[in-house]
Ligand binder design. Structure first.
Ligand code: ATP
Length: 306
């Protein structure tokens, strides 16, 4: 079965379900030990008119890491998962944490898989500092699996995703930087506005005298129905579910299951009054309502090879 241990670096909100609040419960249900670093500890997500709380700075990150290191917790993490950080110094520091973690585990002959969700914004609206883009361009080089939304993928690569052709150009940009697997979680095209497409692209990268030599990527795609309205925390629940399912399933199966979890959870949220026109509070994802769907989603999402 392997170790189910994660260091999860994401936001914490008192009310609602984003960041570690959205990711921890599903991962725990799947049997994972989730050690969380809360990059912010705030009252609610930033969509609400008022937000109060605390943001971690680099020094606080380093202090926490000191404790984790000194007690020998670090080498126990089979997975590293990052979400909302919004601090370029911490984002750059995470690549050092990853290097340290890899080195420690390599000595014991153990693997590390790094899931990097490049949380920066949504649908043309950036909710992070501009310097964060440059920092993520560094961090994604070391990602085993990056899960940008179409807007974040565009911010990083400079390629505007409007269709499958531009999405493919964009994932190839990620591979050229060193990212092994990229999942553009959703994009809408003019032709099919009622559905969301996704693209998975995966490559084996061999290091050859410091030149990264990419082989031919394997790609898959699929669609899910678009539900009118903006939901927050969807990307965080997706990344957590993907990590959980990928522990015992091949990548494309895990993506299909994680997509299905999102469909079921959004449908559940709508059933409980959280449709596209409802208040922000009503649209908080119902993460705890039906634990079964987090483990065994009802919706079937077909993932086709390209
Ligand atoms: P990030 O955390 O990277 O900022 P995000 O939440 O913006 O991510 P999305 O691609 O919008 O990422 O959402 C993640 C997944 O949630 C999508 O792949 C899709 O399956 C599902 N999803 C999100 N919003 C909707 C919606 N309105 N209708 C249907 N599915 C949705």
């Amino acid at each position: 079965q392997g170790e189910k241990t994660i260091l999860s670096i994401q936001s914490f909100v008192t009310h609602g379900y984003v960041g570690n609040k959205a990711a921890t419960f599903p991962l725990q249900l799947h049997g994972f030990d989730v050690d969380a670093i809360n990059t912010v500890s705030v009252s609610n997500h930033s969509g609400y008119p008022i937000i109060r709380g605390h943001r971690m700075d680099l020094q606080e990150y380093e202090t926490l890491m000191e404790g984790i290191r000194a007690n020998n917790f670090l080498s126990s993490y089979r997975y590293l998962l990052t979400g909302y950080i919004n601090n370029p110094e911490i984002i750059l520091k995470v690549s050092e944490t990853l290097k340290e973690l890899r080195a420690l585990r390599e000595k014991e002959g153990k693997e590390v898989t790094f899931f990097c969700d490049t949380v920066m914004g949504d649908d043309g609206i950036m909710y992070c500092k501009p310097e964060v883009i440059e920092a993520y361009r560094e961090l994604i080089k070391f990602a085993d699996i990056a899960t940008p939304n179409y807007y974040e993928a565009g911010l990083l690569s400079g390629i505007n995703i409007t269709d499958m052709e531009s999405a493919i150009k964009c994932v190839d940009w990620f591979h050229a930087q060193g990212t092994k697997t990229v999942i553009i979680k959703s994009f809408r095209t003019k032709e099919e506005p009622t559905q969301l497409q996704f693209l998975i692209s995966s490559i084996k990268i061999q290091n050859d005298d410091n030149n990264k030599v990419p082989a031919t990527p394997r790609r898959w795609t699929g669609i899910v129905p678009y539900h009118e309205g903006r939901y927050t925390g969807t990307g965080d629940l997706f990344a957590a579910s993907l990590l959980a399912f990928s522990h015992d399933h091949p990548l494309e199966i895990a993506v299909g299951k994680a997509m299905a979890v999102l469909q079921d959870t959004i449908l559940e949220t709508r059933k409980e009054g959280g449709d596209g026109n409802s208040s922000l509070a009503s649209r908080e994802l119902r993460v705890t309502k039906s634990p079964n769907i987090l483990l065994n989603p009802v919706t079937v999402v077909v993932v086709k090879p390209m």
